[in-house]
Design a protein around this ligand. Structure first.
Ligand code: COD
Ligand code: ZN
Length: 369
């Protein structure tokens, strides 16, 4: 099929608003899928590029938390067909590299390379403007009316799942709930602390509730985020702008928590999370500090068998986890409606980022058409 004209929000350089423009979209090549985007969530990771904290190929269509409807498929595509509803994955795992083979598809060599380059698996993007390539954040580029993604970046979901809710599964919910269930494997009855209750952190809180955690201590610097955290299952809240969060957590859960999650991406809060964990406790770092940052830890703590680990995309195995999350939502056990604070048209995208920067929202979604 030929080229399609699309409307998209394009990043050119840091500290500048995204430009909402017409782009050309090439049809899907072999193993690729054309998707009409129904909704794309606005995540702090997109904002990291705009704020110049993390580099990205330029120009790029941002947006990596999207769901939509398959419009056309390229040669050899077998897992989806036109009309299917899909959630998009920003790590299109190949199924064949050493990580995929051992069951860690979120670490896929080829998928991570495509994600960081902002391309399809063959190293090229499908968007262009005046003949010049425009890259696709996370191999998606979800702030667009249509996009092309690798088949491995599409997960089919049931047709009665609302697509705007489904979009959130593509990053925030998978990353947050997955960090609890896949990475930490939180035990029922254990105590959990969550540092940072934004769009992703609230999903760590609800993941802990789903796992049957005992005390769930939510930490943020904004009172309305802490209120939301209670709605998502927090049993205790700590306002880190008013008191020392490490002392507060160790008071609420004597000796520290079994699991501490950092969901902001700052070296100081990684250290706080580590200090909140008890002897033998596990700290899971979900946030990624700016490029070049380092974290320092008290070496003596290793004698107490404390563990610290990263969590990439919530340890996602997308074809397994996304349908499970859909079922949890459809049966009333996963909160998604409550996450959506605002809905913006594509033209409002820069307002959506300003609201996120000011801490006003849990999640906003953009509906490009
Ligand atoms: N103490 C407590 N809470 C704080 C502090 C502090 N010192 N500073 C900020 N906060 C709170 C804010 O008030 C806010 O509620 C929350 O932390 C951050 O939430 P959001 O909504 O701004 O951010 P999210 O949830 O959309 O994103 C968080 C990430 C950790 C995913 C992101 O920022 C990140 O680190 N991204 C890089 C990792 C990555 O690329 N992941 C894959 C794609 S998301
Ligand atoms: Zn994200």
């Amino acid at each position: 099929m030929g080229k399609v004209q699309v409307k998209a929000a394009v990043f050119y350089r840091p500290h500048e608003p995204l430009a909402v423009q017409e782009l050309e979209l090439e049809g899907p090549r072999a193993g690729e899928v054309l998707v009409r985007i129904a909704a794309c969530g606005v995540c702090h990771s997109d904002l990291h590029f705009i704020d110049g904290l993390v580099p990205i190929a330029s120009p790029s269509v941002l947006g990596h938390e999207a769901a939509g409807v398959v419009e056309a498929v390229g040669a050899g595509v077998a897992s989806v067909q036109p009309g299917d509803h899909v959630v998009l994955s920003f790590i299109p795992s190949c199924g064949r590299c050493q990580y995929c083979v051992v069951g860690r598809p979120n670490l896929c060599t080829i998928g991570n390379r495509a994600m960081s380059r902002g391309t399809m698996l063959d190293g090229t993007p499908r968007f262009a403007r005046e003949g010049r390539p425009v890259y696709q954040m996370g191999s998606i580029g979800g702030f667009a009316s249509y996009t092309v993604v690798p088949e491995a970046g599409c997960v089919k979901i049931r047709g009665d799942m609302p697509l705007d809710r489904a979009a959130l599964l593509g990053c925030g919910v998978m990353t947050g709930v997955g960090a609890v269930i896949n990475t930490a494997r939180v035990q029922a009855g254990s105590d959990v602390a969550v540092v940072g209750c934004g769009g992703v952190g609230l999903n760590v809180v609800q993941g802990a509730a789903l796992a049957g955690a005992g005390r769930i201590i939510a930490i943020d610097v904004l009172a309305h985020k802490l209120e939301l955290a209670r709605q998502f299952g927090a049993t205790h809240t700590v306002d880190a702008s008013r008191e020392d969060p490490v002392e507060a957590v160790r008071r609420i859960s004597p000796g520290g928590v079994d699991y501490a999650f950092e969901v902001i991406g700052r070296p100081e809060t990684v250290r706080q999370a580590f200090d909140m964990a008890r002897r033998g406790g596990l700290t899971v770092v979900v946030g990624v500090p700016p490029a070049g940052a380092e974290v320092s830890l008290p070496a003596g703590a290793f004698l107490t068998e404390k563990t610290i680990t990263g969590s990439a995309y919530g340890g996602a195995r997308m074809p397994v986890d996304v349908p499970r999350l859909v079922e949890l939502y459809m049966s009333g056990r996963l909160k998604l409606d409550e996450l959506i604070s605002r809905v913006y048209p594509l033209e409002g995208i820069n307002d959506a980022f300003d609201a996120l920067r000011r801490g006003e929202v849990a999640r906003s979604i953009v509906t490009p058409l």
